[in-house]
Design a protein around this ligand. Sequence first.
Ligand code: FAD
Length: 430
Amino acid sequence: MILESRSRLGGVIQTEKIEGCTIEAGPDSFLAVKPAAMDLIRELGMAGDVIGSNDHLRITYVRKGGKLVPLPDGLMMMVPTKILPLVGTGLLSLGTKIRMGLELIRAPKPHTEDQSVADFVREHYGQEAVDYLAEPLLSGIYGGDPRELSVAAVLPRFVELAAKYGSLTRGVLASRAQAPKTTTPAPLFRTLKGGLGQLVEALETSIRGKVTVRQTRVECVERTASGGFRVRADGEWMEADRLIMACEAHSGAALLPAVDGRIAELLGKVGYSSSMTVAVGYDAADFAQPPAGFGFLVPKKERKRLVACTWVGTKFSYRVPEGKIVARCFLGGMEDAGVLKESDEAIAATVEAELREVAGVTAKPKFTRIARWPRSMAQYTVGHTVRQAELEARLGEIAGLHVAGNAYQGIGIPDCIRMGRAAAESILKS
Ligand SMILES: Cc1cc2nc3c(=O)[nH]c(=O)nc-3n(C[C@H](O)[C@H](O)[C@H](O)COP(=O)(O)OP(=O)(O)OC[C@H]3O[C@@H](n4cnc5c(N)ncnc54)[C@H](O)[C@@H]3O)c2cc1C
């Protein structure tokens, strides 16, 4: 049985069609390198509906001094892998460019303790790389603050490479040289033609008649004398031999104290950011020039309210019909959770004003859709991997209790699918 407090399944995955445009209220795609989402899509017979991001058009801009400056070509997150674009970029000062170049000769400096992403990036490339690369990139992905996020949890591969090579740039170049060569590189992101809501619909169809879904909020979980669980929802108790807590960790923390106080405590330690997406649809004729690239990021130093913006029709085909332009804007994050409390009118006005400034569009949008996601994006703060190891050990001692979701071993959709499947497989095996 699935107990879900919202009136629909899918959690933050929610797709809507507006004026022929496919609007994602939450996630819009998943990372192609992580296989779990594609495996599930294949299993559901939907591989034919998968599309990739239009990577030949992939330029991401960063706002600096009021202007949009492209991220230099060859950047892997904040790691430069090509010299000329780094030398030529207007995003970084000469001092930072020299520092990033000299990083190539950095000797290994082992760290035994976890660090924040900001400390790690500053140590390798300097503060400006934190402000204009790490911070906007991580705000765009996590709504997170690099001073709080754990480098071991968020960028584990970079930590390994830095430990081995000293220089992160050298490490990334070496691992790239060792990777098998492909003639046609896979797109960075994948998604479904009709939006990720298609995946939720297909899953719902596949369980219809086999699994009961109840729209109800779980209020409390306890253990039974026989070692199982009892769950209260709408004042009614239900018994279960096994339980997968696939809700947000803060919700699990409130439900589990009677089962295991320490597990509840560990779940409560996972921070969350609140965010908001605002999709704004225009006629293409309203733009003097079509917007360039996939979109732009606004570093904290330059931010008013907008954190990031994606030009939906450029990033993915099939999503926006000819003659229309859709901007998908992100607001909120750790620094600005208060924006979720503002009225729709105030938010629409803010977004329109910032798009006018950045993209020069003065016309009124044809539609605006606002989606609020309070405490929905987990934050892996410093020490996350240690807390996660303790949580896993503790869960291992309570037969039948599992957790899955973005609070644990990866925030993206493929990670959440992988964790859900692992929990289900472990239950089937036992
Ligand atoms: C705005 C936004 C954009 C994102 N973009 C991307 C992206 O492009 N690509 C990507 O890979 N990832 C993205 N993510 C992250 C990713 O979407 C999520 O990590 C993943 O979908 C979350 O799944 P989840 O099951 O952990 O949590 P959720 O989707 O939040 O689901 C938790 C569910 O638990 C339910 N629940 C909570 N408490 C109770 C209770 N007491 N009783 C019953 N039900 C309860 C909630 O109603 C909810 O449905 C994004 C996240 C957000 C918020």
